[in-house]
Design a protein around this ligand. Structure first.
Ligand code: ZN
Length: 161
């Protein structure tokens, strides 16, 4: 006794703001994080949208008076709408190619060194792999590059075992 439970249920339960990504539509454009040109060539972080419902008022006024006698709830139609809350983080192709070349060069230069002594280069290697993923280079890397990335990942993993 005495431990009653109280739930405060807002009238518009379930109508809270929902922030989502929309993977089935093309990204909106935004400014390249390097050179500020407008682009969507490489989407590094997808846009965030707020999902909300909007009442459709498609009935003619003259009919509405009569229809009010019918279940009012059922007369209301909602359409799902989206408002952009966070622009995507993007890079233009020109800047991306530069970034890619930089990372590939860093890999060529350091790969051997990192593998030889991973414990000393833990942070560098970790940062490198993070960038590699962030700039979506895994899709691009084949053959020798792919092998090298895999070796680095494996060596990093071993350090944490
Ligand atoms: Zn750019």
């Amino acid at each position: 006794m005495g431990f009653g439970m109280f739930f405060i249920v807002p009238l518009q339960a379930g109508r809270g703001v929902k922030v989502i990504t929309r993977d089935n539509i093309a990204s909106p454009t935004a400014l390249c994080i390097k050179c500020n040109c407008r682009t969507r060539s490489h989407v590094l972080e997808v846009a965030q949208y707020e999902e909300y419902e909007e009442l459709i008022e498609d009935e003619l006024e003259e009919f509405q008076g009569r229809k009010k006698f019918v279940d009012e709830e059922k007369e209301q139609k909602f359409v799902i709408k989206y408002a952009l809350v966070d622009e995507p983080i993007v890079m233009c192709h020109k800047c991306w190619v530069k970034k890619k070349d930089q990372l590939v060069a860093a890999m060529e230069l350091n790969h051997g060194l990192w593998l030889e002594n991973m414990s000393e280069h833990l942070l560098e290697a970790k940062k490198f792999l993070k960038d590699w993923k962030y700039y979506q280079l895994s899709k691009e890397s084949r053959g020798e590059l792919e092998v090298k990335v895999k070796q680095l990942k494996a060596a990093l993993k071993e350090e944490y075992v």
